[in-house]
Design a protein around this ligand. Structure first.
Ligand code: TXA
Ligand code: MG
Length: 312
């Protein structure tokens, strides 16, 4: 039976928590993208989640928490990581830290690693679910593994309707691109995935950021290795003059089938990226994308586009 889509009323939040407690899956709005939520401590629920996404079990999940206090019961936070939590939580920053010996996030959700990825989301509906549920919630983006991430309840319904028990409709995701992931275990941080919080913002709080994302030999998040974020149709990047028969995703003062931001605002472009890619993909033609400046959140946009364009 296709999943119900409900606005996040008190009743719907309570229903979402019941479903999570029973080992079910919930489409959960966050400020970055929609998540496919499950009880992080329940291996059966996590196994169901991996199956629903078609996600390889070596690729660990982010555990979402209600507070820094909850995060500290799950992972070991060195002093600078706590300062980062203070600066960016709730918000689109994920920190990879050493897992506690009695870590409530199950092994399967952590893909057997000794580390755990944690974030406190800012979306009000996600926060209400987390505080009423009372434990950590594992939530990858609610799309089939490797495909374009969802930024609305409709996207989740289109991709995952049969796999989820309920979708909470919290409106379009404000940031539209996933959280920034850093390894926060050591004296200086390492960028594992560029995201919604840009590197200048991180540097301002915790200097010395090591840019793993731009070094092919450096450590990354396991999920960052494969082709990812990919539409069905072929995608060509850094295009200034599209060919006949291509849909064109423009940026700035140019004409296109759609424009990520006519005013060349990268934050607006990030918010538009996934829903415009989905819309163009539906037209059934190859997709050409304009050059995107590589500063600010442009780094995360280019990261997603490069992976989408990668041939397996
Ligand atoms: O914005 C987001 O982060 C969204 C929303 C729903 O919170 N979630 C998301 O999850 O993007 P997902 O599963 O699509 O991406 C999580 C990334 C993967 O690349 C995974 O490899 C990495 O986090 N990750 C998880 N645990 C890790 C760990 N212990 N060490 C390194 N990377 C880890
Ligand atoms: Mg994802």
């Amino acid at each position: 039976m296709p999943a119900q889509i409900l606005k996040p009323t008190g009743e719907a939040i309570a229903l979402a928590c019941d479903i999570l407690r029973q080992g079910g899956l919930v489409g959960l709005p966050t400020e970055t993208v929609y998540g496919l939520a499950a009880d992080a401590s329940n291996p059966a629920a996590i196994a169901r989640l991996y199956a629903a996404k078609g996600r390889p079990a070596f690729n660990p999940l982010i555990a979402h928490v209600e507070s820094t206090d909850m995060a500290r019961q799950i992972g070991v936070f060195p002093r600078p990581a706590l300062t980062m939590a203070q600066a960016f939580w709730p918000g689109p920053l994920t920190m990879v830290v050493q897992a506690m010996a009695d870590c409530p996030v199950c092994d399967l959700a952590r893909a057997g690693l000794e580390t755990v990825a944690l974030r406190q989301p800012a979306h009000p509906a996600a926060r209400r679910v987390l505080s009423q549920f009372g434990g950590a919630i594992a939530a990858p983006s609610a799309n089939p593994s490797g495909q374009v991430s969802p930024t609305s309840a409709e996207h989740v319904a289109a991709d995952m309707a049969d796999a989820v028990d309920l979708i909470l409709d919290g409106g379009p995701s404000m940031a539209g691109i996933e959280s920034t992931i850093i390894d926060a275990r050591f004296d200086t941080p390492t960028l594992l995935r560029p995201g919604s919080i840009d590197t200048e913002q991180i540097e301002a709080i915790w200097p010395g950021l090591f840019h793993a994302a731009s070094d092919p030999k450096a450590p990354r998040s396991p999920g960052q290795l494969q082709r990812h974020y990919a539409p069905t149709n072929p995608i060509r990047l850094n295009v200034t003059a599209p060919q006949g028969g291509e849909s064109f995703l423009a940026f700035g003062a140019m004409d296109g089938t759609a424009n990520l931001s006519a005013s060349a605002d990268l934050v607006e472009a990030a918010a538009n990226l996934f829903h415009m890619l989905r819309a163009l993909d539906k037209m059934g033609q190859p997709i050409a994308v304009a050059p995107i400046p590589n500063h600010g959140v442009g780094e995360a946009i280019n990261d997603r586009l490069n992976r989408a364009a990668q041939i397996d």
